[in-house]
Write a protein that binds this ligand. Sequence first.
Ligand code: AKG
Length: 324
Amino acid sequence: MHNSPASDLPPAKDLESIARQGSRFKRMAVRIPTYLTDLKENPAWLPMFLLARTLPFRRIHWLATRQPVKLPVSGASMFTDVERSAVVNALRTDGIYPSLMLPDHIHREIAEFAGNTGCYGNFNRQLEFVASEHGQAEARFGRPILSGHFFERSLDCEAVMAVQRDPLLIDVARQYLGGQAKVITTRIWWSFPTQASEADRSLASLDKYHFDLDDWRMLKFFFNLVDVDEGTGPHVFIKGSHRRRRVRHQLTLLVGHPANEVLDYYGQANALTLTGKAGSGFVEDPFGFHMGTVPTRKPRLMMEVGFGVSKPSQRRFHGEPVLR
Ligand SMILES: O=C(O)CCC(=O)C(=O)O
């Protein structure tokens, strides 16, 4: 067997970057079928996908398409004591408002539903199990299971629908995104402590700072449905990164970026870790850098209601993979 002398090899740093390039290209290639489906379903997806990552084009789109905000939606909100203008101001400044709280009966009803209903592991409809049997499911299916999604089953839970329809959510979304804001995702899902591969973590948007690029403007409400501490895989958001944006993070094909690169530029002090009691929630502009983290001690149950300004794709509505 012939071994190359050490002097024939590129320096270690170059080898590392070759390896990184390889996996980046692979990650991009994996996404191509999803992109083609989006394009076929809605050709307007392409200009959004290419241009919505840059601040000047986002601004132009905002000025050209923003619709006036109609009167506030009538009806009582389950979020008492929340001032809508305070939420919208915090979103404009920080990209996040971190102090929402669901009523007890609502988060308990959703948690009970998620505990008793079959979920699908790693976004795969073949891997169905109930959350309390996560360990047995990993043994049965012979693979680590990082996430458990309910897809359209989420909408069978009355309490989920009550949150989705709450007047505060749509009012805040319209004030922040413009009068045409509409719901584009509603999902509940588990993330489990496990030895997950990089690909599974990437599919579940875990452990990698990224920004969302599913629409020109988006807003996401998230709720922790179990007590979430450092060991439960909390969500992390980088305050201010939705409006002060490094040029390199605008002229990039990739939405995911290494933690050191993100934290060095936007500042460690701006990384907000969203731990909290069951029912605690927050609303963020997902153009800001954010990520979920992999639980190390106990499973996390989470809910998301996402708003956008364009026609939602079927894939997004049902919570199918949004590959990154
Ligand atoms: O699991 C989380 O906390 C993050 C989810 C996420 O990154 C997303 O919905 O874009």
